[in-house]
Design a protein around this ligand. Structure first.
Ligand code: MN
Length: 317
């Protein structure tokens, strides 16, 4: 028998959610089931290929709902958890008691741990360090921009690997190890350690590229980094470089999407006054009030640039 876990790809909270869910499932639901993990990515068009649900049970963690009868477990904490009102109605009609959403949680990892503990008797205490860091990283609960940008804690170095590795098998290995190892042990594992150094170099280079491209417009720092390999750069770099801004807007492009990223600084002298998820939803995107994004097809770059310019204008008021 097999449990399939679909998780938010290239995201520390997504991988941590998969680890917490897998350990919970092993200890409280079905011990000894084969486990398979598959990353889910935001992209234009169809979100789910139902062939992903090839387990005897199928779970989605830290990602949008899917109105499929093959989906048996679901946990999400995103504000834009439903693609359509029909999807939300499908969820509301569910009586399985295994599908959960709560947008007040800073991380899906902590949400799963709390629900598993309260409703299924799971002991989440051995995972306290992982839950703490997933909550801190996904909720951006930092003292200042230097903490995540300078990356002194082990969790940031592991997050670098999770956010920038395009090999699902490597992430599956990380998810498997994360269930029973400390973060200090994780970053010392040779297969993890060997990937950290080049990614940290790349992080320093992306900081230099953003520094060159950034333009401050009122309360917004804008940068267009199309043409650079910037998929997965730290969203705090703009606020580390420009501590006085409230918002950042950027345009980037990779092989599978053109992306507009819209964020807000947790340390801005003038706090955020827009709901960024609401703005991005108008263009088919979504996310959280504090950070959101819009993904278009790679060839829709001109449209992406126009949308970014409109959002920079909207954020002036
Ligand atoms: Mn999350």
């Amino acid at each position: 028998m097999k449990i399939k876990v679909c998780y938010h790809g290239n995201c520390f909270d997504g991988a941590s959610s998969a680890a917490v869910f897998a350990r919970f499932y092993q200890e409280r639901i079905h011990a000894g089931w084969e486990r398979a993990f598959q990353p889910m990515m935001h992209r234009a068009g169809a979100l789910f290929d139902e062939t992903a649900f090839d387990g005897d049970e199928n779970a989605i963690v830290d990602f949008k709902y899917c109105p499929s009868d093959r989906l048996t477990w679901w946990f999400d904490h995103h504000k834009s958890a439903f693609l359509t009102p029909e999807d939300e109605a499908h969820f509301r009609a569910d009586t399985s008691g295994k599908k959960f959403v709560d947008a007040s949680y800073k991380s899906c990892t902590k949400f799963i741990a709390d629900v598993a503990a309260q409703q299924f008797g799971f002991d989440a205490a051995p995972l306290a360090e992982l839950i703490h860091w997933a909550n801190k990283i996904d909720g951006a609960l930092y003292e200042n921009a230097a903490e995540p940008v300078e990356m002194k804690a082990d969790a940031f170095r592991l997050a670098l690997v999770i956010e920038n590795t395009r090999e699902p098998q490597l992430i599956e290995r990380i998810i498997t190890d994360l269930q029973y190892r400390s973060l200090a042990e994780m970053v010392a594992l040779p297969y993890v350690a060997e990937r950290i150094a080049p990614l940290y170099e790349r992080h320093l280079r992306s900081m230099e590229i953003i520094k060159q491209a950034a333009r401050v417009v009122g309360p917004v720092v804008f940068f267009d980094v199309v043409g650079h390999d910037m998929e997965g750069y730290s969203k705090f770099i703009p606020y580390y470089l420009h501590p006085s801004v409230t918002y950042s807007v950027s345009v980037s492009q990779s092989s599978f999407r053109s992306k507009i990223s819209v964020g807000s600084s947790p340390w801005a002298p003038r706090p955020r006054w827009h709901d960024l998820a609401a703005i991005c939803e108008r263009y088919g995107g979504g996310g959280h009030a504090v950070v959101a994004a819009i993904s278009l097809a790679p060839e829709e770059l001109d449209t992406a640039r126009k949308i970014a310019a409109s959002i920079v204008q909207e954020l002036q008021q």
